[in-house]
Design a protein around this ligand. Structure first.
Ligand SMILES: NC(=O)c1ccc[n+]([C@@H]2O[C@H](COP(=O)([O-])OP(=O)(O)OC[C@H]3O[C@@H](n4cnc5c(N)ncnc54)[C@H](O)[C@@H]3O)[C@@H](O)[C@H]2O)c1
Length: 426
């Protein structure tokens, strides 16, 4: 095994970029990505994901490239490429396989390859290792070594950064795990947990996210029950949360690249072993159904106030607050359902890239608050910082008298609504 001095990070997205920049403080790091636009943007000092500030990006000793020749012969390769699901919610490991082949062509004897993408137990050993072996002609465990280290960062979260969270690490052998532990420990002052083996580390990551999904699904389910009882989930949670061991989850749309996807990886692995995952899939069903539920609630409230088609303003399109990330946003499903009922929808989000929205969803996004138009209904879909004070500073100017305000996040529960507005929360 080579001593670690040169590292290549494959995939420079939300996960790969902060990792590459952190490691570049101590090691010689090259970032490789297939997307030329992304590489050009990073080399010119911009990170559109908003994870790394321009000054930090410019001062980082990171070289980004699309050239496979530039990544030959590194000591460690770290793969941080997407792991989405296909239309049938089955794992799509195409990017992991392709990245493994890229590594296979560049790797030399003595190197270690670490997968960071979220997967089900077995992917590193059954797919990554063999793909590299095939492309390189080298033998896994003798000529090169594999490891897995799940990524836990959270888009937009400036508290739980790579420098501050415990990093779980696993290696093909104890020596590999120890070497990786030292490398990752340079990022966070040695805050490393060495997992028993690679599959255990893969399993740990996938249940971290499946557990969140299931907990949110439970809160979403009781939200629907309490709505029928005329109770507000937010009032119920405020009371229940005073118990020391009540888990503080809140209701909402569950989108994004992780929580709404990763449980399907575990479900697929279970199904292959002829175990039908009841709880995991029930959680997915409930959370996937929330967009329809919100749309139906809004439509019902509109119908009470105004017969016929209404003008609806949706505030926020990102999958979560204060990030430009549009991947798997469920707000788009809410919009499509409301439109299918004959209503007209405008969308305002000051954080996302309107061009990306147009490209991904064919959805026009207004970067600034529409002026001169008054809406019959306003849906607060994402709790962006920019919307917190809206009831005090402008909500009255964008709603028709008697407008419906549907607050998916409960952000404005304590705010004073303009007179005559009908305020509802999820
Ligand atoms: N986003 C998160 O906060 C987060 C947190 C924890 C774990 N994860 C996991 O980390 C992995 C990466 O997620 P992400 O959010 O960084 O994705 P991303 O889409 O932001 O970035 C992935 C990058 O990989 C590049 N890429 C795709 N295929 C490639 C290939 N074959 N070779 C080289 N580059 C390639 C893409 O162009 C893109 O720039 C996923 O498995 C995800 O589940 C993500």
């Amino acid at each position: 095994m080579n001593p670690i001095s040169r590292i290549v990070v494959i995939g420079l997205g939300y996960v790969g970029l902060p990792l590459a920049i952190g490691l570049a403080k101590r090691y010689s790091v090259t970032g490789f990505d297939l997307d030329r636009g992304r590489v050009d943007e990073l080399n010119s000092g911009t990170d559109r994901t908003g994870e790394i500030a321009a000054a930090d990006l410019k001062s980082a000793k990171l070289t980004a490239t699309t050239d496979p020749a530039a990544i030959v012969g590194a000591d460690v390769y770290i793969i941080t490429v997407p792991t989405p699901v296909d239309e049938a919610n089955r794992p799509d490991l195409g990017a992991v396989t392709a990245a493994s082949r890229t590594v296979g062509k560049a790797i030399r004897k003595g190197a270690i390859v670490v997968l960071e993408s979220t997967v089900y137990p077995g992917v590193t050993e059954e797919i990554v290792g063999p793909e590299i072996a095939k492309a390189s002609g080298l033998e896994s465990g003798r000529d090169f070594f594999i490891g897995y280290s799940p990524e836990r960062i959270n888009p937009g979260d400036k508290t739980h950064t790579v420098a501050r969270i415990t990093k779980v690490v696993a290696g093909q052998t104890e020596t590999v795990a120890k070497a990786l532990g030292e490398m990752y420990g340079s990022l966070n002052g040695g805050n490393i947990f060495i997992a028993r083996n690679i599959r255990t580390a893969e399993a740990a990551k996938v249940i971290e996210n499946a557990q969140r999904d299931i907990n949110i699904a439970f809160i979403n389910e009781v939200t629907m029950i309490f709505n029928k009882m005329g109770l507000s989930i937010h009032d119920v949670l405020a009371a229940a949360r005073t118990k020391w061991n009540f888990l503080p989850f809140t209701p909402g749309l569950v989108g994004g690249h992780c929580i709404s996807v990763d449980p399907y990886y575990l479900a697929e692995a279970a199904t292959r072993l002829r175990h039908h995952p009841e709880v995991i899939l029930a959680g997915r069903r409930i959370n996937d159904g929330m967009a329809s539920y919100v749309a139906a609630q809004v439509a019902r409230a509109i119908a009470v106030r105004k017969p016929g088609p209404a003008d609806v303003l949706v505030l926020g399109l990102a999958f979560k607050e204060n990030v430009p990330d549009l991947r798997n946003t469920k707000v788009i499903d809410v919009i499509r359902e409301i439109e299918s009922l004959g209503h007209r929808v405008d969308v305002h989000d000051p954080v996302v890239d309107p061009a990306e929205s147009q490209h991904e969803y064919g959805q026009t996004v207004l970067g600034s608050m529409p002026s001169g138009k008054r809406y019959d209904a306003i849906i607060l879909a994402v709790a962006h910082e920019a919307f917190v004070k809206l009831p005090d500073i402008g909500l009255a100017n964008i709603g028709q008298p008697g407008a419906v305000v549907y607050d998916v996040k409960g952000l404005w529960r304590e705010a004073k609504m303009p007179g005559g507005f009908l305020y509802l929360t999820l």
